[in-house]
Every structure is written in C-alpha cells, then in structure tokens.
Design a protein around this ligand. Structure first.
Ligand SMILES: CC(C)(COP(=O)(O)OP(=O)(O)OC[C@H]1O[C@@H](n2cnc3c(N)ncnc32)[C@H](O)[C@@H]1OP(=O)(O)O)[C@@H](O)C(=O)NCCC(=O)NCCS
Length: 171
C-alpha cells in the first residue's frame, strides 16, 4: 500500500517526524513540533514546542530553537545558533559559525566558534546569508537575498543593496 508523503509519525513525547528524517538520541523536541522529510536533528539540539522544521534541514549539536519557530526548507543551523520564540527562517538561508575557516585547523573551539542569535519573532527572507557573531533583533526582518554582517536592531527591515534583477536582453 502506498503511503502519503505527508504522513508523520507521532512520538510518545508528542512531536511528529517524517520517516525519512533522522532524529538522534540526545536531542530534545517539544510537543506539537513537526520535523519534515530528510531533515536531521543532532544529539544535543533543543527544539521547543509547536515548531516546524521543513524539508532537508540540519539542526546541529547545541542549537537551541524556542517555541513556535518555523525553519523553512533547506536550512542548516550549526552549533552556536539560538532562535528565540517565534523566529522564522525563510527557505535556503546560509548560516556560519567560523569567521575565518580553514580545512586544516589547529584552533580550539573557543577560538573559532562565534554565536548567532535570532531574537523573538524575527523573520529572515529566503536566501538570507548570516555571517557569524550576529544578533537579529526582536521582530526584525530581512528581505530575500540579504547578506547580514552587522547586528540588526529590533523591529527594523534590512535588505542588501545589491541591485535586484532587471531585464538585460529582451526579445
Ligand atoms: C523586502 C520586502 C519585504 C519588501 O517588500 P515590499 O515592501 O512589498 O517591496 P516592493 O516590492 O514594493 O519593493 C520596494 C523597493 O525595495 C526593493 N526590494 C524589494 N525587495 C528587496 C530585496 N529582497 N532586496 C533588495 N531590494 C529589495 C525593490 O527593488 C524596490 O526598489 P525600488 O523602489 O528602487 O524599485 C520583500 O521584497 C521581501 O524580500 N520579502 C521576503 C520574502 C521571503 O523571502 N519570504 C520567505 C518565505 S516564502
């Protein structure tokens, strides 16, 4: 019998996951939260209640997500990232936790790890790139395609100054 792609398994803890998702032991997930297709929640990650983790997401060790957050498809959240309640991450954003990464690394984690905080009810537009060591203010927003390298104050809307696409060749 074929299965509905939308079918989710309910756990005794009261959260839901798709059978293609990996939810590792040692993660903590709140009641009512839904983890969709092909997503991976690592040990040590904490996700609050009534959140949505979309398709193809990675929630790394030590990541903390509050209640009522929404992480849309294709997001990787790495160690050092904290989302307060009601934070929204649009599809395919990029986060970082090391300002000067190298493939061969002799540094300790304390030397390279930089934290990122998404405060209550903020919303990142699709494809926002967040350099590490950044705070996105309460209720702040970014437009689609924004590159964030400075803290965004509470309630403000920021967009990158890169010019939006315009026609170049027309028929
Ligand atoms: C930033 C945003 C909120 C502005 O919406 P808006 O007020 O309706 O904006 P408008 O379409 O009227 O555009 C106003 C101006 O901002 C510019 N602009 C709009 N969005 C922009 C963006 N993401 N980056 C840079 N400039 C942007 C427009 O080019 C226009 O400039 P102009 O006046 O020089 O022509 C919206 O465009 C946006 O990016 N929303 C995020 C959508 C998203 O990612 N959702 C994720 C879940 S699906």
């Amino acid at each position: 019998m074929s299965k509905l792609a939308q079918e989710l398994v309910q756990t005794p803890e009261g959260y839901f996951y798709h059978e293609s998702a990996y939810v590792d032991e040692g993660s903590v997930i709140g009641e009512g939260t839904k983890i969709w297709h092909f997503s991976h929640v690592c040990p040590g990650a904490k996700i609050g209640r009534n959140c949505v983790i979309g398709q193809g997401c990675y929630i790394g060790p030590g990541v903390v997500i509050g209640d009522n957050c929404k992480v849309q498809n294709g997001n990787s959240l790495y160690e050092g990232i904290v989302l307060e309640d009601g934070a929204f991450i649009g599809p395919h954003c990029a986060f970082t936790n090391d300002r000067n990464p190298t493939a061969i690394d002799t540094r300790t984690k304390e030397e390279w790890l930089e934290h990122t905080l998404l405060k209550k009810n903020c919303a990142l537009g699709a494809g926002t790139v967040v350099r590490c060591g950044i705070t996105i203010g309460e209720g702040a927003r970014t437009g689609a395609g924004t590159l964030v390298v400075k803290d965004i104050p509470d309630g403000e809307l920021w967009v990158s100054k890169a010019l939006p696409a315009e026609p170049m060749l027309t028929s």
